[in-house]
Design a protein around this ligand. Structure first.
Ligand code: ZN
Length: 273
């Protein structure tokens, strides 16, 4: 009898372990180069006034999460016209792009129609502009961000490509594949519906992709809030939420515009798993 109970307990234990492992087994995170932004004056990026007179270069990064039940593209980068045009300057900002998302997908033998889901951390131009490349994907979008993107009730201009995509609109957090491995977490303040992405990789462990909650490692360290944020108090609440989750999970935080963070990640065709 004792042996029967013991083997039953062992099979339940290993059954649970196996279920957890199959959820994130094969889960992969690829990093894509979505361009570069340089700022000749950084004052806008700190309400404390301590960035005045400094300059900075930001990576613009996008990510592909491959899950056994589908592929999710996180953020859609700068516009493909920049590849031909070369760097374009406007005011304090210069933007450039070397390769499109479609070209980078090709490097890992994928085409846009292979991508089931796209989602954006938020709707600023440097996170959305390749939306016309994915007409057949399903767009997973925070309800408040969607409202902020609409002008006269319509998605227009740089958001036009989103207009005819199939759409999943959510409030709060969103579990992309229903198994807790890929979670979109609401962290409003930079914009009304800003979000970050939590990915539970099997070997690397938990990852948090920052969106623009923080733009640089030093803005995380110093808890600096850009002057152009939608709501500073809300941003600070989101800092707290994010740091609590990062600490609880002992997660690796990737600041999407921090070139030190991005350069440390595997280059295509390599990935984290
Ligand atoms: Zn950005």
């Amino acid at each position: 009898m004792r042996i029967v109970i013991l083997s039953l307990l062992i099979s339940i234990y290993y059954g649970n372990l196996a279920a957890q492992e199959t959820n994130n087994s094969g889960l992969k995170l690829y990093t894509f180069d979505c361009g570069e932004l340089t700022f000749s004056e950084m004052d806008l990026f700190s309400t404390a006034g301590d960035y005045a007179g400094t300059t900075a270069t930001f990576s613009d990064s996008c990510f592909l999460i491959r899950h056994k039940d589908g592929d999710l593209l996180w953020d859609l980068g700068l516009n493909v016209e920049l590849i031909k045009e070369g760097p374009v300057q406007s005011g304090i900002t210069t933007v450039s792009l070397n390769k499109s998302l479609v070209q980078q997908l090709e490097e890992i033998d994928l085409i846009p129609d292979d991508i089931e889901f796209v989602s954006i951390s938020h709707s600023d131009y440097d996170h959305v502009l390749q939306n016309p490349s994915f007409p057949n994907a399903t767009w997973i979008v925070n309800e408040k961000e969607l409202s902020a993107m609409k002008k006269d009730g319509e998605l227009a201009g740089m958001y036009s490509g989103f207009k005819n995509m199939k759409r999943i609109v959510f409030n709060g957090d969103y579990d992309v594949f229903g198994d807790g491995t890929v979670m979109i977490l609401q962290t409003p303040g930079h914009t009304p519906g800003h979000t970050v992405l939590q990915v539970m990789l099997k070997e690397t462990g938990p990852i948090l992709l920052s969106g623009d909650l923080y733009h640089q490692a030093k803005s995380r360290e110093l808890k600096r809030v850009p002057r152009f944020n939608y709501d500073e108090a809300q941003t600070r609440q989101s800092f707290e939420r994010f740091e609590k989750i990062a600490a609880e999970l002992d997660a690796k935080v990737i600041i999407q515009h921090e070139s030190t963070d991005i350069e440390a990640l595997p280059k295509l065709p390599n990935y984290l798993q």
